[in-house]
Write a protein that binds this ligand. Structure first.
Ligand code: SF4
Ligand code: SF4
Length: 231
C-alpha cells in the first residue's frame, strides 16, 4: 500500500480528498467510467479532490494566475504538480475539469460530502454548502481507500429552513425545486441573483466557511453566463 501526503494540496485549498478503488464503486459509476478505464487499463483508483471554504480562492489570488477559468486552471496545475512530486512512478489521467467524468454529485455522495439541499447545491454539516468538486483523476496508485465522511444532511434537523423564504423567485417550495422559476428570475436585468444565490446565503450551516464576495460573484457570474448561453 502506498502512502500519500496531501499537504501541498491542502495549502492550495484543495483540502477535500477521497480515494476510491474503482472495482469497489457502485455499478452505475463503474459504467460511467468504463470508457476511461478500459478492460485492461492501468488505472485502479479514482481520486476525487475538492475545496472547502476560503483557502482555495486566497491561494489562487496569491498565485497571480491570469486565466479565463482561473479555478479550473489553478486546480489542475496544482494537482499535476502534486501527483508528479508524490508519485513519480505512477500514471494518472485527469477526467475533470474537462473530459467526461461521472456525476460529480454522485461521487460527492459516495465520499459523504454531498447531501441534497433545497437550492440544489450539495451540503454537509461541516462545510455547509461552501465546498465544490475541483479535480477527478484516475490513477494506477495503490492508496488506502478513504472512508466516507459520516453524518446526515443538516437539512434533516433544520426546522426553520430559512433558505426557502429567502429565495426571491419562490423557487424553493416544500414540494421541490422549481428550476424554471430560478432560471427566469436570475436572467432578469435587476435580479438579486445574477451573482449570488440568496437562499444559499441565508443558510446558517458552515457560515464561517462562506466564500468571499469576490468568489461568490465569480462563480455565479459564470453560471449565469451559461444560463444565458443555453436557455
Ligand atoms: S437553511 Fe436549513 S434546510 Fe436550508 S439548506 Fe440550510 S440546513 Fe438545509
Ligand atoms: S439563485 Fe436565487 S432564484 Fe435561484 S434558488 Fe437561489 S435564491 Fe432562488
Amino acid at each position: 500500500m502506498q502512502t500519500v501526503d496531501f499537504t501541498a494540496l491542502d495549502r492550495a485549498g484543495l483540502n477535500l480528498h477521497a480515494v476510491f478503488d474503482i472495482a469497489a464503486l457502485p455499478a452505475d459509476v463503474r459504467s460511467a467510467l468504463a470508457e476511461h478505464v478500459g478492460p485492461n487499463g492501468p488505472c485502479r483508483q479514482l481520486i476525487l479532490l475538492g475545496h472547502g471554504g476560503t483557502t482555495l480562492w486566497a491561494a489562487l489570488k496569491a498565485s497571480g494566475i491570469v486565466s479565463a477559468n482561473p479555478i479550473d486552471d489553478f486546480s489542475r496545475a496544482t494537482v499535476d504538480q502534486w501527483f508528479a512530486a508524490n508519485f513519480p512512478d505512477n500514471v494518472c489521467r485527469i477526467l475533470y475539469p474537462g473530459g467526461n467524468p461521472p456525476s460529480l454529485q454522485r461521487l460527492g455522495q459516495l465520499a459523504g460530502w454531498h447531501h441534497p439541499s433545497p437550492f440544489m447545491v450539495g451540503i454537509n454539516a461541516y462545510w455547509g454548502s461552501w465546498f465544490a468538486y475541483r479535480v477527478v483523476l484516475l490513477a494506477d496508485t495503490e492508496l488506502a481507500p478513504t472512508p466516507a465522511l459520516a453524518g446526515q444532511s443538516p437539512c434533516v434537523s433544520c426546522s426553520s429552513q430559512p433558505c426557502r423564504p429567502a429565495c426571491p423567485a419562490g423557487a424553493l417550495p416544500e414540494s421541490g425545486f422549481v428550476l424554471q422559476a430560478c432560471l427566469s428570475y436570475r436572467r432578469q436585468p435587476d435580479s438579486a441573483c445574477r451573482s449570488a444565490c440568496l437562499a444559499r446565503l441565508a443558510c446558517p450551516v458552515g457560515a464561517e466557511h462562506r466564500y468571499c464576495a469576490e468568489q461568490i460573484r465569480h462563480s455565479y457570474s459564470i453560471s449565469l453566463r451559461d444560463i444565458e448561453r443555453y436557455c
